[in-house]
Design a protein around this ligand. Structure first.
Ligand code: NAP
Length: 312
């Protein structure tokens, strides 16, 4: 039996449109209504035939939906939730795909009426592309989807878990604050470093821009892919996961200074010991099957890049 018969998705970007495609592929009898604030995007979604019903009015989209998934930047979730709260059906479930969870849980708890169950979620899968053309049906296959409901044993949480499993994802329940600390390490800090290093390279005066691009295969290229990720989405991630990111950044800065010292004093042993340890981590990621199409290092599909234009 399907966990939900009527689903609404708000936001038809990379993740929203991937969800729509995955639902059509794996649960074709589900009635899907989608919404995007942009009439142009709605027109494109109709052209792509991603859903039965398409509207630029989020409140209209959620009427009658058993499950509503917000697929908008984390900073927009409170406003979109407030817009639809009055039209959520009794007994329905609200969820999302935002990359930060504590602030989302708080926003949904403050805005949703009591007759709506709240099950925040985060599929740890994506690419650096944006928009409805960027999505693809297999995005979530074999990837983790982390759910952060207040009560993991509730029927709504179990139903949302079953929904993601039907899409091919592996589901884990976690406390929202713990999610934010884990993702600060695995996703948020790497993005911050990528944004920073690409910025540093573009500011250098003694090395030309064309040299940076020409010799990018020496490691820089992988950073540019991450640094091409959507600026609005990532601005919201850092503003909403402030504490965890700042704490980790402090640790990272200390470790970087230790490496600086090792290089300065010719301490090859320290460098080699660290590089050997990190190589083993890479090996475990490959063994786990998490080396492609994750949030940080996605496969390239269509869609509009959100980078500066130089990097993507
Ligand atoms: P995206 O492709 O840029 O799409 C963003 C969507 O949100 C678009 O539909 C956009 O509308 C809409 N939107 C933006 N600002 C809005 C606002 N103020 N009010 C209402 N709608 C707004 O981004 P995405 O990658 O799908 O990201 C969506 C969510 O998924 C984010 O919360 C992100 O943290 C999370 N996520 C992303 C990834 C990833 O790798 N990209 C992975 C996991 C989770 P328009 O069409 O008008 O632009």
């Amino acid at each position: 039996m399907l966990p939900f018969q009527r689903v609404a998705i708000i936001g038809m970007g990379l993740i929203g449109s991937s969800l729509a495609r995955a639902i059509a592929a794996r649960m074709p009898t589900v009635h899907l209504t989608v919404s995007d604030r942009s009439p142009e995007v709605c027109a494109r979604v109709r052209e792509l035939q991603l859903a039965e019903d398409v509207t630029d009015n989020a409140a209209t989209a959620v009427i009658d939906a058993e499950l509503v998934i917000l697929a908008v930047p984390v900073g927009a979730i409170a406003a979109v939730a407030a817009e639809i709260a009055g039209d959520m059906a009794t007994g329905s479930v609200i969820s999302d795909v935002g990359s930060v969870k504590e602030s989302v849980l708080k926003a949904l708890t403050e805005t949703m009426p009591d007759h709506v169950a709240i099950v925040p979620g985060h599929p740890v899968a994506g690419t650096e592309r944006s928009g409805p053309d960027a999505g693809f049906a297999t995005l979530f296959e074999g990837r983790w989807c982390i759910l952060t409901p207040a009560d993991p044993a509730s029927p709504a949480a179990q139903q949302v878990a079953a929904f993601w499993e039907r899409l091919g994802a592996r589901v884990e329940m976690m406390d929202a604050a713990h999610h934010d600390r884990v993702l600060a390490v695995t996703s948020h800090l790497p993005h911050l470093i990528a944004y920073s290093i690409v910025g540093t390279a573009s500011d250098l005066e003694t090395i030309t821009r064309s040299e940076v691009i020409k010799y990018s295969a020496g490691g820089f290229r992988d950073f540019t892919r991450i640094a091409a990720s959507d600026p609005v989405m990532w601005r919201d991630v850092f503003l909403n996961n402030r504490e965890a990111v700042l704490e980790l950044l402090g640790r990272f800065t200390e470790d970087l200074v230790a490496l600086q010292r090792a290089i300065r004093w010719g301490d090859g042993e320290t460098l080699e010991a660290l590089f050997t340890r990190t190589r083993a981590i890479r090996r475990s990621i490959i063994d786990e099957g998490q080396d492609t199409a994750n949030e940080d290092f996605g496969r390239s599909h269509g869609g509009r890049p959100h980078g500066t234009g130089d990097d993507s």
